[in-house]
Every structure is written in C-alpha cells, then in structure tokens.
Design a protein. Structure first.
Length: 523
C-alpha cells in the first residue's frame, strides 16, 4: 500500500498514554501490620511523593476512611461501568458496598504536573506536550501502574513516531559514545501550571551513574524524569534488598525491559495517506523512516506481510478507523472528524485504557509470581533434597505464594472482560500478544507442582512416623492385655502366660522388621 511520507502528514491531535507496571517491595508501616498493604502504600505515596487520593470525599466533605463503605468512584462514567463484565467492574470499581480497605485497587493522582518539555535529538529545541493524566494505580498484589497521558496538536507523523519511540524508554538500552543515550530522549523537564520546572532530567550526563548502578546488583536504572513520580522511593538495586531481614527496606522493582507499554491516538485528515510501512511502525512503536523513501518498511517485507493481519483490527476501517496492537503497543488511527475527536477519543481514554491497564497488570502480576517462585528455589541453594523439602521457611514461603496466587486467579485474572463483541476482540488481541495465557499456565503449573511435591513429602513423613509408632503401640496394647489376663487368672498360670507374651513380642518384632523393609523399598 503506497502512501505519503510521514513528514508530510499532519496529525491534528495526538495522544500518548504510558502504562508502566512495577512491583512495590517492603512494608511501609511497621507499627500497624493490621493495615492492608495497599492502604499502607497509598498513605506512603500521599505523605512522601505528592500524590493525592483520587477517590471523592464522603458527604461530609472528608476523605473516606479505610473502614468506610465506599460508593462507586465518580471518576467512572456510566458508559464504561456497563461496558464490562460484573467481575471486572467489581475488581476495578468495587460494588458500592465495599469498605475502602477491601477494594482491590486504589487510584492516586497528581494535579501539579501540567506539561513536559522534551529534547529528543542533540541540540534541538525542546518540544512541549500537555499532561492530561497523571495517575498511580495500586493493586493488592503489590503491583503499581504509573499512567501518564500526553497530548499535542499539529505535529507531523514523523516527529511523533520518533518521540513516542524514545520517550517511553525508562533508561537508555545502550550509549553512543560518551554523552548520547541510544534510542532515548536527551532531556526532559516536567512543568507546573505556571510553566515552572518541577523536575529536570539530563540523560546525556548520566552514563557513569547508570553503569555504576547496574554493576552493583545487575538491576536496571531509572531516568530521573521517571524517578520523579516515586519521590524518595528508589528502584531495586540488588536482590539482597529482597531478603527477609530487609522487609522494611522500601523500593520498587522493574519487571520488563526499558520500554514502557504505550497507547497512542492519531487523528489525521486522511488515514489512507499513511503508508503501510508507517502503519507497521505505529503498530510496533518503532522509530520513523530515515531513508526518505515513501514506501520503506521497518522490517523485511515478507516478515511483516505474514504477521500484519494478526496485529490489525480493521472492523471499522471502512469508516476510517483502524486499531493496531503489538501487546506492548496499542494504537488508533482515525479520520480527524468530530466522531473520532469526541466519541472514539473518549473510548480510547476510558474503555480501552482500562482494558490495557488490566492486561498489563495481569502480565506484571504473573511475572512477579514467577520471579518469587524462582527466588524461593534459589534460597535453597546448597541444601540436599531432604533438607530442602523439610525447610520450614521454604514451605511457609510456598504456602503464602500459593494463597496469593489463588486470590489473584479468582479475583483478577480475566480471559475476557466484556460481553461486547468489539471489546472481546480487542481484549483477545492485547491478551494474546502479551502472551498472558502461556505465562499464566507456566506459573499455575509450577505452583501446583511445587505444592504437590511438598504434600507428597509430608505424606511420606507421616508414613515413616507410622512405621515407628504403630508397632510400639501394638506391643504396649498386647502387654497391657497380658497383664490384665495374669491378674485375672492368678499366679499359677503365670509361666504359661509368660510364654504367650514372649510369642506376642516376637510377632510384633517380626511385623516391625517387615514393615520397615517394605517402607524402605517404597522410598
């Protein structure tokens, strides 16, 4: 499909939503273990990192307490509430009769961040984008998702392709020389309502800092402009911070690579003017074409030809709207008219945002469970099979993981989210490209097998105890019976009964020997 070069296509309205999942490590409030962990983290971010509770106040004008029954948050509109299955609504919004401390999710917001200036290439003038969403979604599984929405008007497609490819990077994946971060922006400045800087970040000066950080514990760094939203909470630098004795060492852990998952919205005068190659670049959130050729492709043509249909949702392409999905990227391209600018933009910001939020939450939670199972096994290093299976700390860790995973799979794992046909189709597109089902099956089978091995070991332990206890109990019972008989018949028959007792004891000994031999063969 031919089309115009991206530099000649003006995007009337562009929106980019970044959804960054991390895991919160540690226990913020040591003095009140009765508080749910999600409440502890919510209070910590409010007190230490400029976040506010997005929940509306109660009728008295005061914030809802953890023990208060909470209504459906007023941030959710009628259309998106009825769009989802009941169990999805319950997970996201509650049921209108749930105590705040029992809600599965908490939403925090920041209203002080109004814009961002970004320098993409060395020496260029900063480009400004409006910030229209700044949220932190906290989940009971300790996963938190930072959601930032940016908006710009009148930029060309080439510029926006480059911007979204580089701005989403949490850290540079490599460096070009001393001061040029590879595939990453140069400088970022978050601004308040008066255009005053809230945090300025110069990535070009951070190479040695990031290298030193990674060398400490093989964990990735975080650029200052992303660290800004976590306040004093630092990224995990070493796995030693996760050891049991460091429960109060607070940090957050990255789960994926340097690319934050994105959602993008492009309103253009004529969607058919976008070339097939640029549609592929939007699908995979790739950098723009640097060759100057209008019909170039980011990858081998045949490679893309075989996969394009599986990444494109074109049910409404005849109306000018097409959806593209790679799992880590979800994009909408549509004709710049009132319907796309209003109705479909609202769907993008609400319905599709919640679907992507859920999908990335599920994947993040499963990656965390997988990581925890791996760490549980790692803690057994240097022990023999018998010691490993009887390690009380290990057994307790596995039991806790199994219970947490059971709660997750029954409350937060959704193979589908809506009865609406389009929602089902889009959800499967996201769900399948994130490979969530395969990851779930791996975690589920590993957890189940590990629990089964521990249960089998416990059964064997009980069998071993039985081989020791049963013969002794039988011998005592026989002896007690003999003594009772002796007392009953008198001393004259004593010699005969002592003979019987000897026979009984010999029988018990023979039984014990046989049982032990059989037990040893079963091991």
């Amino acid at each position: 499909m031919s089309g115009n070069h991206a530099t000649s296509i003006v995007v009337g309205e562009f929106r980019l939503i970044l959804i960054w999942p991390v895991v919160l490590r540690g226990v913020p409030n040591r003095g009140a273990p009765q508080d749910p962990l999600i409440s502890q983290w919510s209070k910590w971010f409010i007190q230490n990192a400029r976040w506010k509770d997005a929940f509306q106040n109660n009728p008295d004008g005061q914030p809802y307490d953890d023990n208060d029954i909470t209504p459906i948050p007023d941030s959710y509109r009628y259309e998106e509430i009825v769009y989802f299955h009941p169990f999805v609504r319950d997970f996201l919004m509650g049921d209108g009769g749930t105590k705040k401390k029992d809600l599965s999710t908490r939403i925090l917001k920041r209203d002080d961040v109004h814009a961002v200036d970004v320098v993409v290439d060395p020496g260029e003038t900063p480009k400004r984008f409006r910030v229209e969403r700044c949220e932190l979604h906290l989940m009971k599984t300790r996963v938190a998702l930072l959601a930032i929405e940016l908006m710009a008007e009148g930029r060309n497609l080439w510029e926006l392709q480059k911007f979204q490819d580089q701005f989403r990077r949490i850290y540079p994946p490599f460096w070009k020389g001393e001061q040029v971060p590879g595939l990453c922006v140069q400088q970022v400045t978050w601004l308040d309502a008066d255009d005053k800087p809230l945090r300025a970040s110069d990535v070009t000066t951070q190479q040695q800092k990031y290298r030193d950080f990674t060398q400490q514990g093989a964990e990735p760094p975080v650029c200052d402009h992303w660290q800004f939203f976590f306040g004093p909470l630092q990224p995990l630098q070493s796995r030693k911070q996760l050891e049991e004795g460091n429960a109060y060492s607070l940090c957050y852990q990255q789960l994926t690579d340097e690319r934050i998952p994105t959602m993008s919205y492009f309103a253009v005068p004529d969607p058919s003017a976008i070339s097939e190659g640029d549609a592929d670049r939007i699908t995979f959130v790739d950098a723009p074409d640097d060759t100057g050729k209008p019909n170039s492709y980011p990858y081998n043509f045949m490679f893309l030809e075989k996969r394009r249909a599986g990444h494109t949702y074109d049910r409404f392409s005849h109306y000018g709207t097409t959806y593209y999905c790679s799992g880590y990227g979800f994009s909408m391209i549509g004709k710049d008219d009132p319907f796309f600018r209003n109705i479909l933009k609202t769907h993008f910001q609400r319905h599709y945002f919640l679907m992507n939020l859920l999908a990335h939450y599920q994947r993040a939670a499963l990656l965390d469970f997988s990581d925890e199972l791996s760490n549980a096994i790692k803690d057994l290093a240097g022990e023999g099979p018998h010691e490993e299976l009887n390690n009380a700390k290990f057994r307790k860790h596995v039991e806790e993981l199994q219970m947490r995973f059971l709660k997750f799979r029954t409350r937060a794992y959704f193979p589908e989210v809506s009865n609406q046909l389009q929602a089902q189709e889009l959800w499967l597109l996201i769900f399948n490209h994130l490979n969530t089902k395969v990851l779930f099956e791996v975690v589920d089978s590993t957890s189940e097998r590990l629990t089964g091995v521990l249960a089998e070991n416990e059964t064997r332990q009980l069998t071993r105890v039985a081989t020791k206890v049963v013969p002794i109990s039988l011998a005592l019972a026989v002896a007690s019976a003999m003594l009772g008989i002796i007392q009953a018949i008198g001393v004259k028959e004593l010699a005969m009964w002592w003979s019987l007792i000897g026979t009984a004891v010999a029988s018990v000994g023979t039984y014990n020997l046989f049982f032990r031999s059989a037990g040893n063969k079963m091991k």
